[in-house]
Ligand binder design. Sequence first.
Ligand code: ATP
Ligand code: MG
Length: 436
Amino acid sequence: MSDRLDIDSPQIPLFQVIPRSEHTISRRLISPRALKVLYRLHESGFRACLVGGGVRDLLLGLEPKDFDVATDARPEEVRRLFRNCRLIGRRFRLAHIHFGSEIIEVATFRAQQDPDDAEVSVELDDYGRILSDNIFGSIEDDALRRDFTINALYYDIADFSVWDYASGMADLQAGVLRLIGDPEQRYREDPVRMLRAVRFMAKLGFRLAPETEAPLHQLGHLLLQAPPARLFDELLKLFMGGQAVQCFELLRLFGLFRYLFPATDRCLRNEYYSAPRHLLIHAFANTDQRIAEGRPITPAFLYATLLWGPLQSLLQQSAFQAMPRGEALQKACDELIRHQNRHTALPRRYALPMREIWALQNRFERRSGKRALAFMQHPRFRAAYDFLLLRAAAGEPVAELAEWWTMVQQLDDSARRQALSINTDQPRQAKVAANR
Ligand code: ATP
Ligand code: MG
């Protein structure tokens, strides 16, 4: 037992079953829908366990985001048990049981295909990444194919015990994130695990086991082979999970950020110009605060801040300088988005509002007349204004402009009209950088 708590020793999977009397998971804290699914599977003669983040978070006294169920029932068998069940997934069939807006995901135990085993045909890409992954297995197989030991704990509805195949409980108690198996191989199979490591460090306040951390510094380039759409999803989890500042710092520390936002990273490396870094830190701190207060945030705004530095650099180039302002902005946006989409895809529904937030920055310069008044009714005015505030906070020379627009919004209708019509000759000292 004692060497299991020594976090510096490589992980030796030790199996243990922790009875109900020796752990803190209470059924009162589990979603009634998840319990219903677990009981029905169990009563039908199947093994039924809660697994993954749900078990981990309950043991840590946190509120789980979702409850995932693992079972030895095949997807078709699960479907026969639940009317409200849909089978999804191409790569691996999963059952989704729908209860209004709550979905309980039920996965059949599956095995990690051993990439070194020539007997089983495993589809790997040139970098060792697993492309297909659909062999059913035992609960132990299922545990060992999971990413971190603390994510491989099973809460068994049969007797409310916790099954631990990978010393996850010891790591949970020690605050350690440890990949199951050979860390380098596990990162190569699925580079997104590097981002998950960062996310769980920030979310749980855990540290990485030394052997889990070591390869991380060398393998960031593998992210270049990960599907950009999947990276986008993972980025949202990193930056919209309430710990964006810390995730950003960790991504930079492990040398991962440059493979996600190469152009932004180049701006950050420019030691003479610290505005992009200030802008990002302010934006992430704002995001974290808004999440803590339950206020909404949008990926469009996050991307607008992440790519603002590269946009300014592009606009400095002579080709863009030679174009009229509006055209330069459009062309630079096109180029930037095309480039970024090769790394982390930005869906159009976010790309469009992001461009609008940028394009509207120019309109703050006009502080008089009906157009200025109409601008305040623009559906994206609030986001554009928040972005202006952020730029001011990051040290761009727009502080006076931001103050003025803050003041105007606080006026009543007639005072506002007065302010807008008498301000025709404001000095244009705060030239908006989006144009040049
Ligand atoms: P949270 O839902 O709080 O973000 P989670 O651990 O539940 O954390 P999910 O993405 O919901 O994360 O995944 C559920 C479980 O599936 C994980 O706990 C882990 O056991 C397994 N898993 C998820 N992604 C991977 C992966 N890339 N490689 C191996 N196992 C994974
Ligand atoms: Mg989860």
